[in-house]
Design a protein. Sequence first.
Length: 162
Amino acid sequence: MEIFSMTSATVLAMYMNMVSVNTSSNFAYNAEMQDGKVNAITVCENDGKYLHMQKKDVYTYDTQDRVVAKETFNWDEENMKWVPVQLVNYIYTEQSVEVELSRWNRNEMTYRQPQDRMVYDLIAQNVVGVSQYRWNMELNRYDLASGYVQMQTDFSKLLAQN
């Protein structure tokens, strides 16, 4: 049994929730769809007269419609282009999900070694162990930063279950 996964349906539900909840906010949201999935979500600031692009999240899926990557870009008004900011990778196994965060290195024009990693392990039915790791540059490895056990009867509020 897979613990849980972020699916294309989850991304679409999050988008629909943002749109319905934020009707009176200063932001506008646009979802780009491809093959029935949300491929990207663009966030624009609404000043009442114009929309100004702010941020864009681009999603990559596997063959099971699970999100395997979410790449975030900020809009560079001066150069009129999207600039990478961070990349979140989701790694699924039978009993766990790993979530890794990498930040963009402007000088090297690539993503850095993931500095943060969260691991969600299924311990028992409705019990998940959550471990947070930080990259130790001196020792060239991940070190455990914190951990706890999450007990819940409904994990659907975390991510979509398979």
